[in-house]
Design a protein around this ligand. Structure first.
Ligand code: CIR
Length: 253
């Protein structure tokens, strides 16, 4: 179960965020409203939510998931593979000192964005992507092992981050689409297949026995609901324009 979440309000500079989506520029006012609804959804799941102020220096800083991996025993500050996102880690490190005694940091030449890391109990799957490299992944594994946890790597083919395409929903259930349907590392899970036409909904999050899914993906909603979950839909369409999804918008711990 999670107790807390940390989010960061998007800044106006979000329109300069990195993207491959070709969905147009986000509308800032709509993004703020959607962000507020997202916070409310997390609170409805019983989380205490720390809301950090906007940081205009970093257009992608609302995607706070990428800058730290929070585990039961340690926090690992990442080193984002996207150069424009590197500075985001300084601020989060200060914030996490209030919550963690043990804080580790990924060092060059390692790069990691925690959107590439999926927690399954005390094991962590780490996607090797354009943002997370071998050195970064090995550093994460060493830190995990130091605290009695474990990690393994998964090579990504198409998606930006591992959790762009796959989400562990506890109870051995894995929502997945595309390249993740056939990864042998995931054969042991019960796969909830998300169709290509609704692939954005594979970025969903389990929060204390509910599953938050993006609004507007009815087939994915039914698939996940039929696995026995209470579903809460949240509209994050403005963040989709920047390749971001539900998981990217918070650190949950
Ligand atoms: C980026 O390209 O870094 C941001 N525009 C989107 C980050 C999305 N984060 C995630 O999937 N964990």
């Amino acid at each position: 179960m999670f107790k807390r979440a940390i989010v960061r309000t998007p800044g106006k500079s979000m329109i300069n965020g990195l993207t491959t989506a070709e969905l147009g520029l986000p509308n800032y006012e709509n993004a703020l409203a959607q962000h507020a609804e997202y916070i409310k959804a997390l609170k409805d799941c019983g989380l205490e939510v720390l809301v950090l102020g906007e940081d205009e220096r970093y257009p992608d800083s609302t995607f706070i998931e990428d800058v730290a991996l929070l585990t039961r025993d340690c926090a690992i500050i990442t080193n984002p593979g996207a150069p424009s996102r590197r500075g985001e880690t300084t601020e989060i490190k200060k914030v996490l000192r209030d919550y963690y005694t043990h804080i580790e940091e990924i060092r060059e030449p390692g790069t990691v964005e925690a959107g590439d890391i999926m927690m399954v109990g005390s094991h962590f799957y780490i996607g090797l992507s354009e943002r997370t490299n071998e050195s970064g992944a090995q550093q994460v594994i060493e830190f995990l092992e130091k605290y009695g946890m474990s990690g393994s790597v998964i090579r990504l083919e198409k998606v930006l981050h591992l959790k762009t395409g796959v989400a562990y929903l506890e109870h051995n259930n894995l929502a997945a689409f595309g390249e993740f349907l056939s990864k042998k590392e995931f054969y042991k899970f019960h796969i909830l297949e998300i169709g290509e036409d609704e692939s954005y909904a594979a970025n969903c999050i389990w929060v204390n026995n509910r599953v938050l899914i993006p609004q507007g993906y009815p087939k994915a909603r039914e698939t996940i609901k039929s696995a026995g979950y209470m579903i809460k839909e949240v509209d994050v369409s403005e963040f989709r324009k920047l390749d971001g999804g539900l998981s990217c918008l918070s650190l949950r711990f």
